[in-house]
Design a protein around this ligand. Structure first.
Ligand SMILES: *[C@@H]1O[C@H](CO)[C@@H](O)[C@H](O)[C@H]1NC(C)=O
Ligand SMILES: *[C@@H]1O[C@H](CO)[C@@H](O)[C@H](O)[C@H]1NC(C)=O
Ligand SMILES: *[C@@H]1O[C@H](CO)[C@@H](O)[C@H](O)[C@H]1NC(C)=O
Length: 442
């Protein structure tokens, strides 16, 4: 089945987690002009699809806490967690469970509103995109993750004790689903927990792009970190297919399966600070960035979009050349860099310090943070200092957690959402994959 050329390009609206609807978008149609939706994407030009975005009034709070975002990265990359971090995370979980904030104070926000935080849009914990699976389509909100390569979902096979509000995929009610006997999947995490389950083939629709016989990995066990994250119905991996965990035969990612339908074998990520961003497949939207796209080669041997940044600059200080090998990971919230760089950065922030009880660098919320510039290819991308003021740790907004943290035990840097949302990023597939970063109007 072949799309015509004009179908090879489309646009997908992305939801910030906090803007996620509990209800599925009902106005999803190709060519559907949507009359003034909140924060809608542009629908100009070509055959592009836009999804209406609405707020979810009940979202999980736990991943917004800095240490938990750090923990998530360690678990994902199977890194041994420093004892400090393990202790910090346990203490913070107890605080949250008891209705206190991460610092252990009574949460005034909770008493006043019945919600732990009042303005979650600001923290950009994760970005969710509505994806339609099966026939008739079932809409699930998936986290598009360039740091993994499985499309896994909560399903009717997931034990109810492990489901806490997520939408589940039911293969039984899809006329296009086909169970793949003999295939199974398992993703293990650094703490020994895992998510695993069965595999079906079914049709997947992302924006206007439909892929048939896509491997849908249905969960029979979900790791507790995910169960606590009630907004995510699953992940759509956009890493390389060699990282896929289906056994005994690895399955292709959505991007690889869609290749023949795309004008150009690339996708772009245009994440935004505190608002919905956009993923495009098959074309580069020249209106989405300024200046040049700085390209650099990707080493895909480990399945990641791994590349080397050429150095960094803190505020107006001079550029320091340094090879910073790391991965572009839309599924990690923070920017995680080598110790020396992180120390040099926070040395420029008044009263900033590594706080082992919070599992990372913290500073007074009132601090003005310097910009951080990353050298990429022939150019440089600037992350505004304000993005590095990631989130308050207490309801009075006294102490804040940094969006830039140490990558020490992980083994490579992670250019997560804090960096990605500062740029327009092109993921170019093919035999010699490249990644390109461009600045944009923020
Ligand atoms: C489909 O229905 C059968 C019979 O009720 C049940 O045993 C099976 O678990 C269901 N499969 C899924 C994926 O829900
Ligand atoms: C970087 O690569 C993209 C395609 O991935 C291309 O459109 C762009 O022109 C390249 N930039 C430069 C400066 O060559
Ligand atoms: C804390 O900051 C958030 C925005 O991050 C704001 O909505 C809230 O009102 C602030 N609370 C206090 C007590 O200043």
């Amino acid at each position: 089945m072949q799309y015509t050329n004009s179908f090879g390009t489309f646009l997908v609206g992305l939801l910030a987690a906090s803007e996620l609807a509990a209800a599925v978008p009902t106005n999803f149609r190709q060519h559907a002009p949507i009359s003034s939706p909140p924060k809608a994407r542009s629908t100009t030009g070509g055959n592009k699809v836009s999804l209406k975005q609405v707020r979810n009034p009940s979202h999980s709070t736990h991943q917004r806490v800095g240490a938990l975002a750090v923990e998530k990265a360690y678990l994902k990359f199977n890194a041994a967690m420093p004892t400090d971090l393990t202790d910090a995370v346990s203490r913070i979980r107890l605080n949250l469970a008891a209705g206190r904030d991460a610092m252990g104070f009574e949460s005034t926000a909770k008493r006043a509103t019945g919600a732990v935080t009042t303005n979650p849009e600001e923290y950009d914990v994760e970005y969710l995109t509505p994806v339609q699976i099966g026939t008739p389509p079932q809409t699930l909100n998936l986290d598009f993750d360039t740091g993994s390569s499985d499309l896994w979902v909560y399903s009717t096979e997931t034990p109810s004790s492990e489901v806490s509000g997520q939408t589940v995929y039911n293969a039984n009610t899809s006329t296009t689903s086909a169970k793949q006997d003999g295939l199974s999947w398992s993703i293990s995490y650094g703490d020994g927990s895992s998510s695993k389950g069965d595999v079906y083939y079914d049709t997947v629709l992302v924006g206007g792009l439909s892929v048939q016989d896509m491997a849908i990995e249905t969960a029979t066990t979900v790791s507790s970190e995910f169960t606590a994250d009630t907004d995510i119905d699953g992940l759509l991996g956009l890493g390389f297919s060699n990282l896929n965990t289906v056994s005994p035969t690895k399955q292709s990612t959505f991007f690889d399966k869609a290749e023949s339908q795309l004008d150009e074998f690339l996708f772009t990520a245009d994440l935004k600070h505190s608002e919905a961003g956009t993923y495009n497949f098959g074309f580069i939207d020249t209106a989405a960035y300024t200046g040049e796209i700085y390209n650099t080669t990707v080493d895909s041997t480990q399945g990641y979009w791994m590349f080397s940044a050429t150095g960094y600059q803190i505020g107006d200080a001079s550029f320091q050349s340094s090879t910073i090998k790391g991965i572009a990971d839309t599924g990690t919230t923070l920017l995680m860099l080598p110790t020396a760089i992180v120390e040099a950065y926070y040395a420029q922030v008044t009263s900033a310090a590594f706080d082992s009880s919070q599992g990372g660098y913290t500073f007074p919320c009132s601090a003005t943070l310097p910009d951080f510039t990353l050298g990429i290819g022939a150019g440089a991308i600037t992350v505004p200092g304000s993005y590095i003021n990631y989130s308050p740790l207490d309801s009075a907004n006294t102490t804040c957690f940094g969006g830039l943290q140490d990558d020490s035990a992980i083994g490579f840097a992670i250019f997560g959402d804090i960096a990605l949302k500062s740029a327009f990023v092109v993921f170019q597939g093919g035999e010699n994959p490249t990644i390109g970063w461009a600045n944009k109007n923020l």
